[in-house]
Design a protein around this ligand. Structure first.
Ligand code: SAJ
Length: 432
């Protein structure tokens, strides 16, 4: 057994996680709990400081869990990359956003790789977890790390997609199956030896490219199906059919169907972005991913579609949008979370404002936002809905007082089909 395998089995291997955000922090906690000495590296000094004070900054990791691990010296954090020189295993959990032209930005992966290469020594396992296009591990990560070290003998390289679902109370790190691809058989053996110490079910696949593709299929599946029902919502209106009622009825089929629901657009840092990593790679190979591009086109059109619904609803009350007071209820990208990244609410607010409406928002999870160069302050969620010509429900947080909204609002545009569960009243409520 190689030195690395021995260290993993004896749990004396030093683990370094690069990027201690919503993916990296749970990994640090699980490896520390499994008896490894773990260090989280991050460029963000605030995260590092909070971590070393034992204070969690991620909703799914209680401070009561992180604190003792830090206090007992089993986990720490640093902004100093020289810690990589002591690492036996390095897990890369850095962001993979899109740039301004909606193309993959893998600069964080490149800089993490450079830092690892600077401090590389014999017998290191490096695993990339960041969502990226097929070929990244093989083309971007491996070459700098195999110049002075023989792949599969002196350096072990894997890809393992993250499957963190923030807020999910049922599935966490240990009980969510983990797909793992290795650059060689020995790499996958090393990767499996490590991950099996913190995860019940490791799913080996034949290559890192395959593992990268698995993740993209998972999230493309969602984006395409959401695009399907969003398009259905747009044409159901002209058929005089309620798309939500159709989907609820179809969802009674106990096999061969999985419900997705129309909404105001696609938010978050996964679903709107991951499929575009795949379509970008395919374009480079002169192949067009028709479903992905069409889903992106439909999903991206939803905010403007919602603006159109508001215009029509006000028009039916003989009110122009221009000069109307509009309240957008919810700015987070989905209910009961604080995350506003890529939220369609921003496009809806911009679309309404562009047409001369006076727009405010309210969101108990995001009372103030700084996004896209905007600094918006929400109004108090307990305030009256009566002064507004229309209330647009963009995020259906459970904490909104829907019965009071139904009583007070002059008009409600419900993009999440939530009012149905709180009032029989339909006079002043319109859907998608
Ligand atoms: N959305 C719809 N209709 C739907 C489902 C979602 O419009 O039927 C919208 C949401 O409002 C949101 C966006 O799509 O704006 C994304 O929602 P999501 O439910 O996919 O949640 P995310 O973005 O948090 O996706 C994550 C993903 N997890 C990982 O990548 C590890 C995704 O693979 C999970 O399936 C998803 O969480 C989940 O199931 O919660």
């Amino acid at each position: 057994m190689s030195t690395l395998s021995q260290k993993i089995e004896q749990r004396t291997a030093r683990v370094v996680v690069i990027g201690i955000g919503y993916v990296g922090l749970p990994l640090v906690v699980e490896f520390a709990r499994a008896g490894f000495r773990v260090t989280g590296y991050d460029k963000d000094p605030t995260k590092v400081q909070l971590f070393n004070q034992g204070e969690s900054y991620i909703e799914d990791i209680p401070t009561a869990v992180l604190g003792p691990l830090v206090k007992e010296g089993r986990a720490d954090a640093t902004t100093d990359t020289t810690v990589l020189a002591q690492a036996d295993a390095v897990i890369v959990c850095v962001p993979t956003p899109l740039n301004k032209t909606k193309e993959p930005d893998i600069s964080y992966i490149v800089s993490a790789t450079e830092e690892i290469a600077k401090h590389q020594h014999k017998d290191m396992l490096i695993v990339l977890e960041s969502t990226t296009y097929p070929g990244t591990t093989r083309e971007v990560l491996a070459p700098p790390l195999t110049r002075g070290f023989e792949l599969g003998k002196e350096v072990f390289i894997c890809f393992s997609p993250e499957r963190v679902d923030p807020g999910n109370k049922h599935y966490g790190t240990r009980n969510t199956p983990k797909v793992l691809g290795g650059s060689t058989e020995a790499c996958i053996t090393a990767g499996k030896a490590l991950y099996s110490k913190i995860i019940d079910h490791v799913v080996p696949v034949s290559s890192t490219d395959t593992a990268e593709m698995v993740k993209l299929l998972e999230n493309t599946f969602r984006a395409v199906n959401i695009g399907l029902v969003n398009e259905m919502a747009q044409f159901s209106r002209s058929l005089g059919i309620d798309p939500f009622e159709v989907i609820r009825a179809a969802a009674t089929k106990p096999f061969g169907f999985m419900p997705f629901y129309p909404g105001p657009g696609l938010g978050g840092h996964c679903i709107p972005i991951d499929p575009l990593y795949l379509s970008w790679k395919l374009r480079a190979l002169k192949v067009q991913a028709k479903f992905i591009d069409l889903a992106d086109e439909v999903n991206s059109s939803m905010p403007e579609y919602v603006v159109g619904r508001v215009v029509d609803a006000l028009n039916d009350q003989r009110k122009p949008l221009k000069g109307s007071r509009i309240l957008v209820a919810g700015i987070a990208y989905k209910k009961n979370i604080t995350d506003v990244r890529e939220s369609p609410a921003f496009d809806i607010i911009a679309g309404l404002s562009r047409r001369g409406a006076e727009v405010e928002y309210t969101d108990p999870y995001a009372p103030e936002v700084h996004e896209h160069g905007l600094h918006l302050k929400g109004v108090d969620p307990s305030g009256s809905f009566a002064p507004y010509d229309a209330v647009v429900i963009v995020t259906d947080h459970d904490s909104f007082d829907y019965p009071r909204m139904a009583r007070e609002a002059q008009l409600i545009v419900d993009t999440r089909d939530v009012m149905r569960r709180h009032t029989e009243e339909r006079r002043h409520i319109v859907g998608l």
